[in-house]
Design a binder for this molecule. Structure first.
Ligand code: ZN
Length: 274
């Protein structure tokens, strides 16, 4: 694996995003490796808790939209496919790799803890939100600025559930960011710690949880997630994924690409979000 590190510490699996030179921006290979790492942790009976953390200054700057990288990614082929098959290929790609991964990771049968520092932008949220607990460093910032690309929000609409309806609208409408303390006040993160204590705080919490019975942990997790789904979360996520896809279709109708700005502007908007 080249974009993900994996280790176990006692009963805790530690998965680390390891693409710091790109602010842990997500390409197709990173997402695939990350999914494989989660599977490995789930399949290891000795692992009770999973920690997701990131090397470098930033947790994740979202999907990698650097023009050079973007043009070499599998999803680039969708541009040439739209004329023949409409949005089908793009829809299926995002359904499996963006939306599908986040949905799967939310319901992994073991507790997960995200340790977030620096920028957590757009699809960065799609890594942090599916985790059961989030510990944020004081320098963490959270935003989904894809409104600047003509899209109403990332593929996994956790916003309303994580921020509350009023704040979700503000952040989506403006593309603005909140800091770690605001995220804590909103209930989006469990704890805020100094940057140099982030990893130890996550590992200490994971070690504490790992002492509990694994079946009891799973039932506790399912109780909360099933309650959210009984409130409509699962159905809402699926519906709002389609709403996201409508944004791509609208962009294509307007300008023949899946967002309403060029790749260079997309990259600039991404940096601005930090
Ligand atoms: Zn999309």
């Amino acid at each position: 694996m080249s974009f993900i590190e994996y280790e176990t510490i006692d009963r805790v699996a530690v998965i680390t995003l390891n693409r710091p030179e790109r602010r842990n921006a997500q390409n197709a290979a990173l997402l695939k490796e990350l999914d494989e790492a989660f599977d490995r942790a789930v399949d290891d009976d000795d692992v009770r808790v999973i920690v997701l953390k990131a090397n470098g200054k930033h947790f994740s700057a979202g999907h990698d939209i650097d023009p050079d990288v973007f043009n070499s990614e599998p999803w680039q082929s969708m541009f040439s496919d739209v004329d023949q098959n409409g949005m089908l290929k793009l829809y299926k790609w995002e359904l499996k790799h963006f939306f599908g991964y986040s949905r799967k990771w939310r319901d992994l049968p073991k507790p997960t803890i995200a340790a977030v520092q620096g920028a957590c932008i757009a699809a960065g949220l799609m890594l942090a939100w599916p985790c059961d607990l989030i510990i944020a460093a004081e320098d963490a910032r959270f935003s989904d600025p894809v409104i600047r690309m003509g899209i109403g929000g990332v593929e996994y609409h956790g916003h309303t559930w994580e921020f509350g309806a009023r704040k979700a609208k503000e952040l989506l409408f403006t593309g603005g960011a909140i800091d770690a303390y605001e995220a804590h006040r909103l209930g989006m993160v469990n704890r805020v710690v100094p940057r140099d204590q982030l990893e130890s705080a996550a590992l200490t919490l994971a070690a504490e949880i790992s002492q509990m019975h694994p079946h009891a942990l799973l039932m506790a997790k399912r109780a909360v997630n099933q309650t959210l789904d009984a409130q409509g979360m699962s159905n809402a996520l699926q519906t709002t994924f389609d709403t996201h896809s409508l944004g791509h279709a609208n962009a294509w109708a307007i300008c023949g690409q899946i967002v309403t700005v060029g790749l260079d502007e997309m990259a600039a908007a991404n940096k601005k979000g930090q």
